[in-house]
Design a protein around this ligand. Sequence first.
Ligand code: 5GP
Ligand code: ZN
Length: 114
Amino acid sequence: MSDCIFCKIINGDIPCTKVYEDGAVLAFDDIQPMAPVHVIIIPKKHIATLMDVDTDQEVISRQLFTAAQKVAKIKNVAVGGFRTVVNCNADGGQIVFHLHMHLLGGRKLEDQLG
Ligand code: 5GP
Ligand code: ZN
């Protein structure tokens, strides 16, 4: 989508600090990190929210989790631990409407989610 920030990052129109990329996903450092490790993992296909993943697109969930494993190893948080978060729509705090997974780590994260 032409007006989507994350599509622009995929296209190279907006720069990013790339962490991992394959044919299906791109992972890059969050521009406003909430933890020492804060990576955004996105499908290269534009899907607005988690609720827009069709049943015939379930491969996307696996691709995001597989990428999260790779990112955790690249960032050296696989053993120490990390958190993944997918915000959905307004009450979930979603700001960028291109499906994405946050991967946070590098410090002891608080117990609360909100
Ligand atoms: P959301 O609240 O939609 O789940 O999170 C969107 C995330 O994308 C935020 O953590 C925000 O800092 C990050 N973000 C927004 N615009 C950009 C950008 O242009 N570059 C990068 N690297 N991250 C961005
Ligand atoms: Zn997009």
